[in-house]
Structure formats: structure tokens, C-alpha cells
Design a protein around this ligand. Structure first.
Ligand code: NAI
Ligand code: MG
Length: 477
């Protein structure tokens, strides 16, 4: 089995105490790689390397153009290694290889977009009546700790790491313990691309009492960007507050998908399937609550069921597989399958789906579920959707907003006024109308309520990863 180490100070290294962990492929349920298992001492070493690289190294000082060129070189190498990167995520968490390849393309775009965005970014100038002139500067914040989850290992990692780098910060990236490999590969490629030592560090390990917690406690860390569970976000926020370290938290969701009578049904069914069955519903943005207006409800549910049952389920390494016969880990399988028990359903019934072979859950649609059932209230993070009928727009909005989350929502309607009206009233960081998953990396991304704190993307990432400075100059005596 290949060994994947930490990337610290421009070198791939084992843990100081030599500890390792097995990396399990959830489809074969066998180890497929050996990973350096880091702890506080390794995380601290990575922060020291990043600190030195920021305080003394060339990265924050070389200017946008040189950084942009290095980042594009990294993006080129990631494209050359697309198959290796995609297979790493597929073996680490069971994602179908076609979707993993799509994630690689999006990850490459994360690198190129933020490299270009920083280079092209302008600053504000404020001519003052007093004869002064004020302007803002976007100065890098320092050392950034990026802690990422297992559901889009490469894509969500690069979404955090790349804007931080583009703005001149140095980074310590801790990928999720279940999905460590693609991060080490990116670290290797950054060395090959010619990144100065200490600019992009990768440290592996667990969260609590391990590498993750050590990063959040370290006073030499200037920013913490985290994507993961809402509960973890609350813990990290509390720890970070002790050092007054700013945090950006992208947390869980319970996306509502509203389909009105006047919707284009083919389009709405297509996206309702994507919204909960892509990546087996292990998506913070999943459309896990489906609300369909009464006039088309029966027809919609019939077609939705057919489309769910038509998904080709199988080995995630097989390019023909549309739906993986493995959730990300045994622990996660146990969590998701627990939601199919009587207590969580609260009297609802399974229209299609249920447990599959191994650690898999089939595309599952639940009907007749009361709105206070756990499957409606809690994030399942699996291929399980609850379909509910509604009559009026008011009723649909009220049910959609009855959640402690607020990451995203979808609206399907051909009525222009309704589209804008409902989009404005939904409690969500992103609303998609007649589509889903489409992202413009300049737009704000983040959530309301338990779905997070702060926004990333374009200028929003810039605000988080820099210390804006005002310079006021006298122009006229
Ligand atoms: P998790 O919260 O268990 O772990 C995420 C990362 O945090 C891992 O790298 C883990 O090692 C680390 N971690 C855990 N406890 C920590 C601690 N006390 N201190 C520092 N680091 C710690 O989340 P998981 O299970 O990996 O991912 C699934 C969750 O992520 C879901 O709840 C999902 O909704 C959420 N998510 C949110 C997204 C968003 O953008 N809003 C996107 C993707 C996932
Ligand atoms: Mg977890």
C-alpha cells in the first residue's frame, strides 16, 4: 500500500512519532493506503513552517502576478494528474469516478479562478472633501488553517486553500481523516510546481484531541476556515474565540426544494434526482426536503420514483456507475441507516429505496412524513428525501423555512413573479430557480442559522483572507 505523508515545509514527512492510520475504501471495506497520523506536535510543526514562510518567505511579498503563475502551474499539474486525484477521492469515500473527475475539474477551476481573481482585483479609493484621499489595501491575514470534510475532499479543500494562497497567505490544510489522499497529492504537486517551502502544508489526523483541534488552538493561526458538521463548527468557534481568531464556517444543511404546479416537470424531476442522489446525498446542499404542489404531486412522485430506481448503482470505480454502492464510511453508513428506522420516520413510509449491500443505502424516497419527524428536522447526509404535498405558496414557504438550517433552497416554477417573490422570502444563503448546483465563484457562498457564519467566494473570500487596511493621504495643503 502506498504511504501518504504530511506535507510540511516543502517536504513529505511521516509523523514525528511514526504513527500511521489505515485508509479504508468503503466499497471494498479494505484498507487501500497508509496515512501519516498526525497529532498536536505535527500540527504545531506545520503551523511553525507556515508562520516562517509568511513572516520571512517570499510568498506574501512576491506580488500577485508571480503567485498567479505558480498557481496556474499547480492547476496544470492537477489536470495532468486528474485520474490519480479522482481515483483518490473515489477510493477514499466511494464517490462514483465520473463525479470525482467532475470534482477535479471544479477544483482546478478553484485554483485558476482565485489566482486570477486576486490578480485582477481592484481596491477602493475615497476622494475626501477635506483635501485628503483614502484608499484600501488588501493585505494577507497570515497563517490560515483550512479544515475540510470528507464529502468533496479535493473540491472543498481547494475552495478554501486556493483563495487563501492567492491573497498571499500561507496555509495548513487538514483534510478529513477519512479522505486524506488527494490533499497529499496536491501538496506534492505544489512542491513540483515550485511553491516555496511552508506555503502549502498538509497535516493529517483526527479532529478532537488531535491535529484538527491543535490547529484551532494555535495562537499563530490568523484565520480558520472550516467546512463540516454544525456541531463541530460550534466547538471550533468557541476555541477560536479564545485567541480572537476569525472563523469562516460552512456547515450543514437541510435544503428545501419547492416544485409548483406550473413548473417544467421534466426539469424539476431531473434536478430533484441530482439534488439528493448525486454523491449519494452526502452533500451539504442536498435537496433533502421536497415540497410539491398538489396539482402535480401524484404525477411528480411517480416520475421521481422511476428516475430514482433507474440510477445505475454499483462499484464507484466503474465509469458506468451513477450511484455508488457505498456510503463514505462504516460510521456514516450506521448514521444514515439509523434514519430509516421507525422512530426517525415518525409514521412516514418508504416509497422506494432502503438498505443496500455492504455500506450502502439505495436512493430512498419517503412519503407521508409529519413535519416534526427527525428525518425532516435533522441532516441525514445520505440519499434520503422526504416528499411532502402543499397547496399554497404561503404554506410552502412556511414549511421550507421551518428549519434551524439555511444553506440553500430551490424553486421550480415558470411564473417569473413567483420565482423572485419566493426566492426573496426563503431562509437560505443560496436560492436556485429552475436549476441546482450551478455556481459562479464570484457569488457569495455560505449559510444562515446553523448552516454557518460568513461567506466565501470572490470578494467575500478576499474579505475573509485579508486584513483590509485604510491609507489616508493628504493631497492638498
Ligand atoms: P466533521 O465536522 O466531522 O469534520 C470535518 C472536519 O473537521 C474534519 O477534517 C475533522 O477531522 C475536523 N474536525 C472534527 N472535529 C474537530 C475539532 N474539534 N477541531 C478541529 N477540527 C475538527 O464533518 P464531516 O463528518 O467530515 O462532514 C460532513 C458534514 O459537513 C456534514 O454535516 C455536512 O453538512 C457538512 N458540510 C457542509 C458544507 C458546507 O459548505 N456548508 C459542505 C460539505 C459538508
Ligand atoms: Mg464526521
Amino acid at each position: 500500500m502506498e504511504f501518504y505523508g504530511h506535507i510540511i515545509d516543502g517536504q513529505e514527512v511521516p509523523s514525528l512519532d511514526g504513527a500511521t492510520m489505515d485508509d479504508i475504501d468503503p466499497y471494498t471495506r479494505e484498507p487501500w493506503a497508509t496515512i501519516a497520523l498526525g497529532g498536536k506536535i505535527d500540527a504545531d510543526r506545520a503551523v511553525q513552517a507556515a508562520r516562517r514562510a509568511f513572516d520571512e518567505g517570499p510568498w506574501p511579498r512576491m506580488g500577485y502576478e508571480k503567485r498567479q503563475a505558480l498557481m496556474h502551474r499547480l492547476a496544470d499539474l492537477m489536470e495532468e494528474h486528474a485520474q490519480e486525484l479522482a481515483m483518490a477521492d473515489t477510493r477514499d469515500m466511494g464517490k462514483p469516478i465520473t463525479q470525482a473527475l467532475h470534482d477535479v475539474a471544479r477544483s482546478v477551476w478553484n485554483v485558476r479562478f482565485f489566482a486570477d481573481h486576486a490578480r485582477m482585483s481592484m481596491t477602493d479609493a475615497y476622494p475626501m472633501d477635506s483635501g485628503h484621499h483614502a484608499y484600501s489595501r488588501w493585505e494577507p491575514a497570515g497563517v490560515v488553517a483550512a479544515i475540510s470534510p470528507w464529502n468533496f475532499p479535493l473540491m472543498l479543500g481547494t475552495w478554501k486553500v486556493m483563495p487563501a494562497l492567492a491573497w498571499g497567505n500561507t496555509v495548513v490544510w487538514k483534510p478529513a481523516e477519512d479522505t486524506p489522499v488527494s490533499a497529499t497529492i496536491v501538496g506534492r504537486l505544489a512542491i513540483e510546481a515550485g511553491f516555496p517551502p511552508g506555503v502549502l502544508n498538509v497535516v493529517h489526523g483526527y479532529g478532537p484531541d488531535s491535529a484538527g483541534a491543535a490547529l484551532t488552538e494555535n495562537p499563530d493561526v490568523d484565520r480558520i476556515t472550516f467546512t463540516g458538521e454544525s456541531g463541530t463548527g460550534k466547538v471550533i468557534s468557541g476555541v477560536a474565540a479564545r485567541n480572537l481568531t476569525p472563523v469562516s464556517l460552512e456547515l450543514g444543511g437541510k435544503g428545501a426544494n419547492l416544485v409548483f404546479d406550473d413548473a417544467d416537470i421534466d426539469n424539476a424531476v431531473h434536478w430533484a434526482v441530482e439534488a439528493i442522489f448525486r454523491n449519494a446525498g452526502q452533500v451539504c446542499l442536498a435537496g433533502s426536503r421536497l415540497y410539491v404542489q398538489r396539482g402535480i404531486y401524484d404525477e411528480f412522485v411517480k416520475r421521481y420514483k422511476e428516475a430514482a430506481e433507474a440510477l445505475v448503482m454499483g462499484d464507484p470505480k466503474d465509469p458506468a456507475t451513477q450511484f455508488s454502492a457505498a456510503l463514505a464510511s462504516e460510521e456514516h453508513y450506521n448514521k444514515v441507516s439509523g434514519y430509516l428506522g421507525t422512530e426517525a420516520l415518525g409514521g412516514g413510509r418508504v416509497l422506494t429505496g432502503g438498505l443496500g449491500e455492504g455500506w450502502s443505502v439505495r436512493p430512498t424516497i419517503l412519503l407521508d412524513v409529519p413535519q416534526d419527524a427527525r428525518v425532516v428536522k435533522e441532516e441525514i447526509f445520505g440519499p434520503v428525501t422526504v416528499a411532502t404535498v402543499f397547496d399554497t405558496e404561503e404554506e410552502a414557504i412556511a414549511m421550507a423555512n421551518d428549519t434551524r438550517y439555511g444553506l440553500n433552497a430551490m424553486v421550480f416554477t415558470e411564473n417569473l413573479s413567483r420565482a423572485h417573490r419566493v426566492a426573496a422570502r426563503l431562509k437560505a444563503g443560496t436560492v436556485w430557480v429552475n436549476c441546482f448546483f450551478i455556481r459562479d465563484l464570484r457569488a457569495p457562498f455560505g449559510g444562515v442559522g446553523d448552516s454557518g457564519v460568513g461567506r466565501e467566494g470572490g470578494n467575500f473570500s478576499r474579505e475573509f483572507f485579508t486584513e483590509p487596511k485604510a491609507v489616508v493621504m493628504q493631497i492638498e495643503q
